[in-house]
Design a protein around this ligand. Structure first.
Ligand SMILES: [Zn+2]
Length: 444
């Protein structure tokens, strides 16, 4: 029996019990040995051995025969506060989405609402095998919203980069040709709340790009983030030649993550590669929100940009990474038909959803592959009746057909975050709280 007591650890630095995951098909994402049928030994929260692990009476044994074992998924861009409104707007175009979510519901959210939303989002992500998320948090209506969202991330047990953004209140002034500088709360968070980059939850900055803010403001904001040594992200690729303008002003750098890049030119994508900057493709949202543009997955790969996938928002699309992989594949098939390029493969998609995502977040020294010495962020995926590991093409079968329901075991730094025997006290109360908040925020 596995208890959830360890989920209360606020830093994630407590020691997890030893475990052996036996006999699975390990799609390791480690180029040195990409595919292994065997065991993974987890001790002290880390991967201690891969291959044939001898019996150890002190370790919990998980039978993964016939199942696929992967590094946990890395969601490189998720607006977790919006999970409170999950599936509220399938098919919405961006203006409709903005009117409801960013201009009406978001401004009403209190710090307590943000806490509830964040926890709902983190637990849904863990349930779907996402062990790391970059929370793009532009719900900073008050300084307390930051403390509440960080507290929820820590309570959930997920690994996260909390990317501090701007308020939803007075949104036009922040998001349209803005002359407002990024909230200084970022400096307080660095000093008092998220000073330690070895914890499970670390600090990032969600900044406005040239399609939202004045270039002088962006220069100031980036100077702040760089002074605090905090990696920053920007949403770009909607008709403003944002990357080119940042390149011309000398602001590009390896600390920057560029989200979407849908209509960024190939020249701009090469600027990202040259600068060592990284990218996040929100394939599910991009193909389902009319007018957003096509996922740039294949173009980013061709340009050599370290790229991850992302769920973006649960308002319009499912938030799991299987959905994002399938959406990226579908878009690349359409693109391939038009340009006679090759569609992305299942192996590439699994890498985008794991190791490349870790690279995009600068966490690849710690996570992203099943490699001895890395943290044990691992998932086991099984299917009753049709074992994925015995499919002719297990990677293809996983991308094509697996769902969050098939994710049986989720470990974050060796701590169990999903298992059939795991009880989740407080889940019913959380869902009641979320429903109450949703009803209050979306009416009137
Ligand atoms: Zn976004």
């Amino acid at each position: 029996v596995i208890s959830r007591a360890d989920a209360a650890a606020t830093t994630g630095n407590t020691t997890a019990a030893p475990m052996v995951i036996r006999g699975g098909l390990l799609l390791t994402q480690d180029p040195a040995q990409p595919r292994v049928i065997g065991d993974v030994l987890v001790t002290d929260g880390r991967i201690a051995a891969v291959g044939a692990v001898p019996d150890d009476a002190t370790a919990t044994v998980i039978d993964a025969t016939g199942k696929v074992v992967l590094p946990g998924f890395v969601d490189t861009h998720r607006h977790m506060w919006q999970s409170l409104f999950a599936q509220a707007g399938f098919g919405w175009d961006f203006p409709t989405f903005r009117r409801h979510v960013q201009l009406t519901w978001g401004p009403r959210m209190t710090a307590a609402d943000a806490y509830t939303a964040e926890l709902v989002s983190a637990l849904a992500a863990l349930d779907a095998g996402t062990t790391t998320v970059r929370d793009e948090s532009h719900i900073q209506n008050t300084p307390e919203h930051a403390d509440a969202t960080v507290a929820a991330l820590r309570t959930s047990g997920i690994r996260a980069v909390f990317a501090h953004g701007w308020p939803c209140v007075d949104s036009d002034a922040w998001m349209i040709a803005s002359t407002r500088r990024h909230p200084r709360t970022l400096a307080r968070l660095r000093r008092d709340v998220l000073a330690d980059d070895t914890e499970l939850v670390t600090l990032g900055a969600m900044l406005r790009g040239p399609e939202m803010a004045d270039l002088n403001v962006i220069g100031d904001d980036l100077a702040l983030a760089r002074e605090l040594n905090v990696p920053a992200s920007m949403h770009v690729g909607f008709g403003g030649a944002a990357i080119g303008r940042l390149h011309d002003t000398g602001l590009l750098g390896p600390d920057l993550l560029f989200v979407h890049c849908c209509d960024s030119t190939d020249d701009e994508l090469h600027m990202l590669a040259d600068a060592g900057a990284t990218a996040s493709v929100a394939s599910g949202t991009e193909i389902s929100m009319p007018g957003l543009g096509l996922p740039a997955t294949a173009r980013l790969l061709a340009a050599g940009v370290r790229t991850g996938l992302s769920s973006d928002t649960e308002v319009c699309v499912a938030g799991d990474m299987f959905t994002q992989m399938r959406a990226a594949h579908a878009a690349s098939v359409a693109e391939a038909a038009r340009t006679s390029s090759a569609p992305v493969t299942a192996e590439q998609l699994l890498t985008l959803a794991t190791r490349s995502g870790a690279e995009a977040l600068h966490l690849h020294d710690r996570i992203g592959s099943i490699t001895v010495g890395k943290d044990a962020d691992l998932i086991v995926i099984g299917r009753d009746g049709t074992p994925l590991a015995q499919a002719a093409d297990p990677a293809g079968a996983t991308v094509a057909a697996a769902t969050p329901h098939d994710v049986e075991l989720v470990l974050v730094r060796g701590h169990v975050r999903k298992h059939p025997n795991l009880t989740q006290p407080g889940a019913a109360e959380l869902h009641t709280q979320a429903e109450d908040a949703r009803n209050r925020l979306t009416t009137g």
